[in-house]
Design a protein around this ligand. Structure first.
Ligand SMILES: [Zn+2]
Length: 111
């Protein structure tokens, strides 16, 4: 439980945000606390200490403009990828049929 509590305290990441018509997932910058509204303006970042296969690392979500300040504040250097590629990689790693999932999401949104 310590690890989960510590990660919750340290990262904001993916949250559910209520709207006037429901609720939906959003990504919050772990440095400034603002919502990342354009995937091209954000990164997901991690500290790959060993490079060992199977190693699992916490992930940070950051505006690109906040990345350097986040690293300096924490005294860490992170690897990064733009948010534009996060969903395709997750879809692959979850064996997700993108078209089927999109149709399912549209159905749920219509409810
Ligand atoms: Zn930010």
């Amino acid at each position: 439980m310590f690890v989960r509590a510590e990660l919750e305290r340290l990262t904001l990441g993916i949250r559910i945000e209520n709207t006037a018509t429901g609720a939906g997932p959003v990504i919050i910058c772990d440095y400034c606390g603002e919502r990342i509204t354009d995937a091209r303006d954000g990164n997901y970042e991690w500290a790959d200490v060993t490079g060992a296969p199977g190693q699992r690392m916490a992930v940070y979500f950051l505006h690109k403009r906040c990345s350097a300040a986040h690293e300096a504040a924490r005294g860490i250097v992170l690897d990064s990828m733009e948010l534009t590629v996060l969903l395709p990689y997750l879809a692959h790693n979850l064996d997700l049929d993108w078209d089927e999932a999109s149709r399912h999401a549209e159905t749920l949104s219509a409810l």
